[in-house]
Design a protein around this ligand. Structure first.
Ligand code: ADE
Length: 258
């Protein structure tokens, strides 16, 4: 009797579930899903909106380009994904946000993910997801490299493809035989949109004040702090203006970004 191996349970929260046909229907990953070696469930946050327009994003507090994904529909979609995983016995699925700010995907990380019983992947648009949702719901950020995609979907598919092919029995003998830099060289600053207070957490006061010079200064400082904290190699490769040096100097080496 063959040893029974539980499938890896993967749930993805995405505004574009149709993109995932590329991995669920094709190639080695498609075969693994068809055989039940992994399971894929897709959740569209639009299906969890409560207004007639099915609004899933809104303009950023503090101004600036692009839209920010609303916390509430994402929280509901992530909750549904978590409930599904718990229903099949995965008590604490690992929750991942695909983002250029994350840990860079490499073989060691792929193997760590493949060893987990369940994954929930959140694919956002690059402009951002309300930071409070991420702070509350995400265990780990993962990046697939130092470039900007239009959304997290392709990155999620890269992660899924790389992980699924490492699952026991997925690669047959035949398969195993062949076995823009960041815009300003810094990590992104945190984003916030409605509501003003989400689960008791307020948007940083500076973003509500309407002083655009102050907002710009705060964002640059946040970017510098995040970069110094998480990617000091990027700072080392980049020359800094006098203004940036003084923004960083305002904060001690061990200061946390907001
Ligand atoms: N979303 C946008 N760009 C990304 C990247 N490089 N890695 C992961 N998710 C992303």
């Amino acid at each position: 009797m063959p040893l029974h191996i539980d499938p890896l349970h993967i749930d993805v929260v995405t505004l574009f579930p149709q993109m995932f046909a590329a991995i669920s229907e094709c190639g080695i990953s498609g075969r693994a899903f068809a055989r039940g070696q992994a399971e894929l469930q897709l959740w569209n946050p639009r299906d969890f909106t409560t207004d007639n327009h099915r609004t899933a994003d809104d303009r950023p507090y503090g101004g600036g380009p692009g839209m920010v994904m609303l916390a509430e529909p994402l929280a509901a979609a992530l909750g549904a994904a978590r409930a599904r995983q718990q229903g099949v016995g995965v008590i604490a699925p690992h929750r991942v946000y695909l983002s250029p700010q994350g840990r860079t995907l490499d073989h060691a990380l792929v193997m760590e993910l493949a060893a987990r019983p369940g994954l929930i992947l959140l694919a956002g648009r690059y402009e951002g997801v309300d930071q409070r949702l991420l702070d509350e719901q995400i265990d780990e950020y993962i990046s697939i490299g130092d470039y900007v995609l239009s959304g997290g979907e392709l990155a999620a598919m890269v992660v899924i493809d790389a992980v699924v092919r490492q699952l026991p029995g997925v690669l047959g003998d035949a398969d195993s035989a062949q076995q823009d830099s960041f815009v300003n060289g810094l990590l992104d600053y945190p984003h916030y949109t409605r509501p003003e207070v989400y689960r008791g957490v307020s948007v940083p006061a500076v973003l509500m004040g309407g002083n655009h010079a102050l907002i710009q200064r705060w964002r640059l400082q946040q970017s510098l702090l995040l970069t110094r904290r998480y990617r000091p190699d990027l700072l080392a490769r980049r020359s800094m203006s006098a203004a940036e040096i003084s923004l960083l100097a305002e904060c001690r080496q061990d200061d946390q970004p907001d």
